[in-house]
Design a protein around this ligand. Structure first.
Ligand code: ZN
Length: 175
């Protein structure tokens, strides 16, 4: 069992405010898990149909494209794979960028996700919209921290059909 919080700590206004914000973020995020998972799944299904013209993803997955091979042209800000893909990774890259609020930003962290899993894992696509340094253990809303989730909501235009980011006080391209 966790130790009780000392009374003098609770009486401290700064500590008390920090605790309130922490709890508010925790409950806000927990309450959104099902909604977020459902929306990420729907978006992925839409992308699979758009890219492949049906519900099935052709196998095998690409074995050459990796996140560190995505490059940004410093003159026009356009992201591409360093080499041509023999599968569909470049099409996925194009579609994910089309959903980004700031597709030419240098603060898109491809290393967050496993490129080879884009056709199969909705959450690997979602991680493209999150801040730098998402760990492999971030496999869904429950394992994602509040900052990463809010950043995804701000950066992915799909969610802007569901609510106004400004209304939630979210800023764009949070890094
Ligand atoms: Zn590829």
């Amino acid at each position: 069992m966790a130790a009780p919080i000392p009374t003098d700590k609770v009486m401290d206004k700064e500590y008390s405010n920090w605790l309130k914000v922490t709890l508010a973020l925790y409950y806000m995020k927990s309450g959104m898990h099902a909604f977020i998972q459902n929306e990420v799944d729907c978006l992925h299904k839409f992308l699979v149909q758009k890219i492949y013209g049906g519900n099935t993803v052709p196998l095998p997955p690409c074995t050459t494209c990796r996140a560190h091979l995505v490059r940004r042209n410093k003159y026009n800000g356009i992201w591409t794979f360093k080499e041509d893909c023999k599968s569909y990774c470049d099409v996925w890259l194009h579609e994910l960028l089309a959903l980004h609020t700031n597709p030419k930003s240098e603060k898109i962290y491809w290393d967050n996700s496993d490129v080879a899993q884009w056709p199969f894992s909705p959450w690997e696509c979602a991680k493209v919209f999150m801040p730098r340094g998402q760990p492999p253990s971030n496999v869904g809303p429950a394992q994602c921290d509040a900052q990463a989730m809010l950043t995804m909501l701000a950066n992915c235009k799909h969610f802007h059909q569901k609510f106004s980011p400004q209304g939630l006080g979210l800023t764009y391209a949070v890094s």
